[in-house]
Design a protein around this ligand. Structure first.
Ligand code: 13P
Ligand code: SF4
Length: 302
């Protein structure tokens, strides 16, 4: 990144009392420019705690929406408005309302990778870092509907032994990881520990050593004595894994592992958004109030 750009970003941050939050899938220069880099849970907690007046969210829409839901009086900026999450788009508030009507008494657990409207229809949110804990916090007898990621939902059902109805959503980026790719990666790196994201298909999770959130993978890489890891998630995480563990080796489970929408945010767009204070994220107040309840419940037990 040019010194001019770095200086501009630093200066504007101070002038605006702004904080830059970035997800681990962001481009390396964005991760370096951020005040805080994290997984979805860490970023939601950070957004809930910040004293900054402006939150610049380098991630995808649902993340910035969560920040706005938790901070209605603050300005929340997403430098690139097209940065959506295709999985979040696989559930709508209307479809969820219809499903709930078919399942009286159901508790809806909603993965944060969802729209504000879907959160508003849910009882509690979760991320991949706390999903098991969230489901275990619900009364054992109550039926559960998990929305929208069927793979994460399937993983939690196995971990908790709970009967969970799954929505048929998935992450197009993680869904295409195959068991063959995992087997081939193990053949090439027989000493490596395999860690995959729970958005991967069930057979891939089953054949891995660990299913973890991005933050969980970083923690494992630091604490596990292994020197080599096969990584089953978006390649942006490799930048942080290598930065924090320069002596260890990290191999992507397959050659291209990219979330295109996460990469739409560039350093130029970040600088421009700090200059113009646009584009802003807004959530209708009636939706926001109901969505906040589901997010607050999650944050309380995390
Ligand atoms: P994490 O919460 O593990 O960072 O995952 C977010 C995400 O979008 C995974 O695709
Ligand atoms: Fe959404 Fe998948 Fe991209 Fe995560 S990796 S933001 S779930 S499309």
């Amino acid at each position: 990144m040019s010194t001019d750009l770095t200086e501009f970003i630093e200066r504007r941050k101070k002038e605006l009392n702004a904080v830059i939050l970035a997800h681990y899938y962001q481009r390396p220069e964005i991760q370096d420019a951020a005040d805080f880099v994290g997984d979805s849970l860490q970023l939601a907690i950070q957004a809930a705690r910040t004293e900054a007046e402006v939150i610049v969210f380098c991630g995808v829409t649902f993340m910035a929406e969560s920040a706005k839901i938790l901070n209605p009086d603050k300005i929340v900026i997403l430098p690139e408005l097209q940065a959506g999450c295709p999985m979040a788009d696989m559930a709508t508030g209307e479809a969820l309302r219809a499903k709930k009507a078919e399942m009286p008494g159901v508790k809806v657990v909603c993965y944060v990778n969802s729209s504000a409207e879907v959160k508003a229809e849910s009882d509690i949110c979760c991320t991949s870092a706390n999903a098991v804990q969230v489901v275990e916090s619900l009364p054992p007898e109550c039926p559960i509907l998990f929305v929208p990621d069927q793979n994460l939902g399937h993983y939690i059902a196995r971990q908790t032994g709970r009967d969970i109805t799954l929505w048929e959503g998935y992450c197009p980026v993680h869904q295409v990881v195959s068991l063959e790719q995992l087997v081939e990666a193990r053949r090439r790196h027989p000493e490596a520990v395999v860690m995959v994201h729970p958005e991967c298909p069930p057979d891939v999770i089953e054949a891995s050593d660990h299913a973890l959130s991005t933050g969980g993978m970083l923690k494992l890489a630091k604490t596990d004595p292994a020197q080599e890891f096969i990584v089953g998630t978006e390649e942006g995480l490799l930048y942080q894994l290598r930065k924090q563990n320069p002596e260890k080796k990290f191999h992507l489970i397959k050659s291209e592992f990219i979330c295109e929408t996460m990469k739409l945010t560039t350093i130029d767009k970040l600088a421009r958004s700090l200059e113009t204070l646009e584009p802003r994220i807004e959530v209708p107040e009636d939706v926001r109030i109901r969505a906040q309840k589901a997010l607050d419940r999650m944050i309380q037990i995390s």
